[in-house]
Design a protein around this ligand. Sequence first.
Ligand code: Q46
Ligand code: ZN
Ligand code: ZN
Length: 311
Amino acid sequence: MKCRVCRGAAVIDVPRHNANFCEAHFLDHCREQVRRAISHWKMLDPGDRVLVAVSGGKDSLALWDILLDLGYDVEGLYLGLGIGEYSDESGVYARDFAAARGLKLREVDLRDDYGFDVPGAAKATRRVPCSACGLSKRHLFDSAALDDGFDAVATGHNLDDEAAVLFGNVLHWDADYLGRQQPVLPARPGFPKKVKPLVRLAERETAAWCVLRRIDYQVEECPMAAGNSHLGYKEALNVIERESPGTKAHFYFAFLDRIAPRFDQTEAKDALRECTSCGAPTTGDVCAFCKLVERATRPGARDVPVRIEIR
Ligand code: Q46
Ligand code: ZN
Ligand code: ZN
């Protein structure tokens, strides 16, 4: 196996590009894919201040590392979700990454700062944990970025993630989500710009980036994800990809270029006002996150039995 660029010994193959790379040229390939994504979708300008949503997993740590490498001014924000050992460990990986490189890691902890955790919120709201978790992440990353004047929030969604989400949205013909499934969402009043610079890299490539750059990351997946349909969609696409490398990328990028513009890409047009409790944009008096905090911290909130939703 020879490197496509230098003909030296290759350490990894990337079947969808029909290429093998040595260590140095694989790292170049990853940087180039991120650079291309940022430029093609106009995600960031040179020197932008970027807040990276850091989970302690391979994607978010690779993203932080690559954005620094490309010269952006990046800080990480880690959100403690209170999901048992999984969260305890993920925090250690995020802190170790930052400490070893002298980087600033901001931290927000749902329990310490808001008095609840993801499993408790799931019980109190009788919804799946990912629902309270996703809402909390969106609210807290948005408000941290706005409060401190960041130019964008960057998340580590990779090609496999985005293709699986697209697959799910197509299976359900979810027109609203299809219209908004973009690698960049521009800033609008009350919301920061949101970007996904890793969409041109597959999961296996972000893992390889971390291994080659000696980045220790949390390998375990969140226990709350077990059995959710997103993982099933990923597996189904992997079966197809093995038979026909490049299908996943074509599915996602052809959608973005040719199909997405046919859907309504505007956000909900309901008039937004400020949450009376925290000031975030909301269609009612109180935003969804403040309602979640209120429900999840009510006395006896955790005694409600969990209801499993299967879609
Ligand atoms: S949403 Fe759901 Fe993830 Fe939150 S509860 Fe775990 S699986 S961490 S990306
Ligand atoms: Zn090479
Ligand atoms: Zn609020």
